[in-house]
Write a protein of this length. Sequence first.
Length: 120
Amino acid sequence: MTWLMVIAGAVVGAPLRFLTDRAVNARHDTGFPWGTLTVNAAGSLVLGALAGASVSSSAYALLGTGFCGALTTYSTFSYETLRLAETGRRTLAAANAGVSVLVGLGAVVLGSELARAFTG
């Protein structure tokens, strides 16, 4: 039944990614993929919190694998970075790569520390 938990999480995560990406990018006309950065940071924060709280395997299947797996997007991040580089915006491409990694790592650490603080 674990696979049902993964599906249930993905059913929520995928549309949320789409809607968040569109909403964030509609507010920023800079050419920088702010929407993808936002969903990846949010997913990293949630994954960190799950790890810090040491949740059950079924909760991890629902929220970690299903929800966060569908919410976050490494492939879109990679594609957007490539497109920036191919269109001559190499500085933005490098910034996207660097900022995405740093923000993702920072969010997962923050989520983990917050969960540990609240769960003792």
